[in-house]
Structure formats: structure tokens, C-alpha cells
Design a protein around this ligand. Structure first.
Ligand code: 6MZ
Length: 351
């Protein structure tokens, strides 16, 4: 199946449901726990931001690169997950003022929280902090948090993401040490930061150096989720190292070996499952081969999530439709199973 038809799979699952199944899914209380802010901005908003775009620096994309980037995002097609990360250059240029970032964040929050009924009862949005001449780090964090904090604590919270490409210790730039320090400061000031994530190109960086930083974050009461074993090339040794940091949840966890799976089950680390994302990034060949089945069989806590609604053209409702729709479109789970998964998602939230 091509990426574009895979992108339509969640929508197809949605359209295959009966009215009563759709209403059942829509009205289930549930949490979205794995949504990247800059991967969830609707294309219409990016196009709107492009209208007033001025390159913030000589190295920033010019308007024709922005237009090409928007076309690519609107017709997203991947041969492998490694092609995915370049697409964010356009988005980052477009959100490089406080006003643009606030508009984008408000739209993403309302996309998840303001439908009738809303896509989810509770949203844990995540973003990688950025620092540019037009949007310094503190402004970036304050802009996003101010939008998140318009909602009550039982509806929205923020996770700060570490990108695997970041330097580790240099506090004069955006680094692991800097972000963890900011997350602790914000939490201590009563701002709505609830956790730390590790994301980005799954093959970048040296993950052996994170331990003291993760330990500091945990000691300050922050919860931890890590993108882990997202590709076949992630070495089992790295996966075990990340598990040894004692994360509370795991993103994707597609290629865990037996030893890693055993630890995950034993320690009850919840898995954030992103069905459409894995299919479109071609890390999972088809729905029936998805590792969700392994965790369902063992009654292990999972949360169904969208990951990036822009490139994957999905929604949380459509991801739940994939659970309920009969094979080959969906997994054909029962309503009781789907209800339990939704309940799980609320139970493993960080707030
Ligand atoms: C790993 C991902 C991801 O943080 O700028 N991101 N990292 N695996 C994925 N699955 C396919 N999807 C998104 O949102 C965009 C950033 O989130 C990470 C990438 O680093 C991407 O640049 P923020 O708000």
C-alpha cells in the first residue's frame, strides 16, 4: 500500500463504523498522551502563517522554500522513517515568532479539546523547546505554556521533549541539561510542565549520557516518557540502557527484544501506541502485524495516540476507529476492549 492510501486508512476505518459505534468512540473519556505540537498544526494554519512570513535570518527558508515545504507536508509520502524529520524545517520557520507559535498552539489545543464531544478528555501535548533570534527559549516556553494553561489541569498539560540530536551538557545552547533545568524551574514555579520526553531521529545521538539528567528530572517530580526502539537499527543495548533509566511510559516501542519486553511488562511501563504513524513510517508492515496485539494479549497498559496529525492525516477518533473496525481495515476489537484501552490512557497520564 502507498503512503497516501495508508494515510487514508484511519479515515477509512472511521467511515466504516456504524453511527452507534462512532458515537461510542466519540463519547469515551480518553487521553491523548503522545502528540507533538509542531506535528499537529493544521495545514490551513501553516498556510495562513506563510502569508505574513518573512525569513527571520539569512539562513532561514525563503518564501519559495516555504511554499514547496507546505506542498510536501500536504501530500506527505515516505519511503522510510528517516525521511520524516526534514519536513519540520518549514514548520519551524513558520512558528518562529511568539505570535505565530501562540496561534499554532491554540489551534492544536482546540483541535483536540474543543469539539462536541472533544477528541479527548485530557491532552498531554509535547514540544521540543527552541531558541532563535526572533523567539528566545523563555518566550517559546512561556508562549506554549500560556496557551496550555488556559485549560484546567485536568484537561491539558505539557511535556518538554529532548531531541536526540541535542548536545548533552552545554547550558549556553539548547541542550539536554538546559531543557531539564528549564523543566524543573517551570514546575517549581507552578507552571504546567508534567514530564520529559526523548524524541527525534531514532538513530541520532549517544543515549548513554542521559542518566544523571533523567535522574534529576525524576527527583524533581517530573515523569518520563522515551521514544524507544522505533526502528530495527536501534541496538538492543541502547534500548536496555533507556529502560534502565526507569521511564514511566514508552513511545512506539516497536522493536523490543524478549529481554526488553519482559522488563517493560514487569515494571508496568505503559506504551504509547501510534498505529497510523507506524504504518506510514513503514516501521510496521500492516495493522495485523502491529505490536499492539502483544500488549493487548497481556492486558498491559497502552494509550492510543496520534503522534503527528498533520503528516499522518489522522485524528484520535480515527485511531480509535482503527481499533474497532473489522479486519482488514481495523483490528476488530470489541467495545469492551476499546473502553478498557481508553480507561488505561487516563490512568497512565502524568498529571
Ligand atoms: C521521533 C518525532 C516523531 O517537538 O517541534 N517527532 N520523533 N519519532 C516520531 N515519530 C514518527 N514525530 C515527531 O514537534 C516536532 C518534533 O517532534 C519529533 C521530531 O523531533 C520533530 O521535529 P515539536 O513540537
Amino acid at each position: 500500500m502507498s503512503s497516501s492510501s495508508l494515510a487514508g486508512l484511519a479515515a477509512l476505518a472511521l467511515s466504516s463504523l456504524t453511527e452507534s459505534q462512532l458515537s461510542f468512540i466519540q463519547n469515551l473519556p480518553k487521553a491523548e498522551l503522545h502528540a507533538h505540537l509542531n506535528g499537529c498544526i493544521p495545514i490551513s494554519i501553516l498556510r495562513q502563517l506563510a502569508e505574513s512570513y518573512h525569513p527571520p535570518s539569512p539562513s532561514a527558508p525563503d518564501i519559495s522554500e516555504i511554499q514547496n515545504g507546505l506542498e510536501t507536508l500536504d501530500n506527505f509520502n515516505l519511503d522510510s522513517i528517516h525521511e520524516f524529520f526534514g519536513a519540520f524545517r518549514t514548520i519551524y520557520a513558520l512558528i518562529s515568532t511568539r505570535e505565530a507559535l501562540a496561534t499554532a498552539t491554540r489551534t492544536v489545543l482546540s483541535q483536540f479539546l474543543e469539539g462536541h464531544p472533544p477528541e479527548c478528555t485530557y491532552l498531554e501535548l509535547r514540544t521540543t523547546p527552541k531558541h532563535t533570534s526572533t523567539l528566545p527559549l523563555h518566550e517559546y516556553l512561556d508562549a506554549v505554556l500560556s496557551e496550555v494553561e488556559r485549560y484546567p489541569p485536568d484537561r491539558a498539560a505539557l511535556i518538554l521533549s529532548l531531541d536526540r540530536r541535542m548536545p548533552i551538557a552545554d547550558r549556553s545552547v539548547i541542550s539536554v541539561g538546559k531543557i531539564i533545568g528549564e523543566a524543573i524551574r517551570l514546575k517549581n514555579e507552578g507552571r504546567r510542565v508534567v514530564g520529559i520526553d526523548l524524541c527525534g531521529d531514532p538513530l541520532a545521538g549517544d543515549m548513554t549520557l542521559l542518566e544523571p539528567y533523567i535522574a534529576n528530572a525524576k527527583a524533581a517530580g517530573l515523569r518520563i516518557t522515551l521514544h524507544i526502539a522505533e526502528t530495527t537499527q536501534n541496538p538492543p543495548k541502547e534500548t536496555l540502557q533507556l529502560l534502565a533509566y526507569g521511564p514511566h511510559r514508552l513511545g512506539h516501542a516497536t522493536f523490543l527484544d524478549e529481554e526488553a519486553k519482559e522488563k517493560v511488562i514487569k515494571e508496568g511501563m505503559a506504551i504509547e501506541i501510534c498505529l497510523s504513524s507506524n504504518l506510514i513510517c513503514k516501521t510496521v508492515p500492516r495493522l495485523s502485524a502491529h505490536h499492539i496485539s502483544y500488549y493487548l494479549e497481556r492486558n498491559h497498559p497502552i494509550a492510543i495516540c496520534t503522534d503527528d496529525t498533520l503528516p499522518f492525516r489522522n485524528s484520535l477518533t480515527a485511531e480509535y476507529a482503527l481499533l474497532l473496525a473489522p479486519p482488514p481495515i481495523g483490528l476488530g476489537l470489541t467495545e469492551a476492549q476499546v473502553e478498557r484501552i481508553a480507561k488505561n490512557s487516563l490512568e497512565v497520564a502524568f498529571n
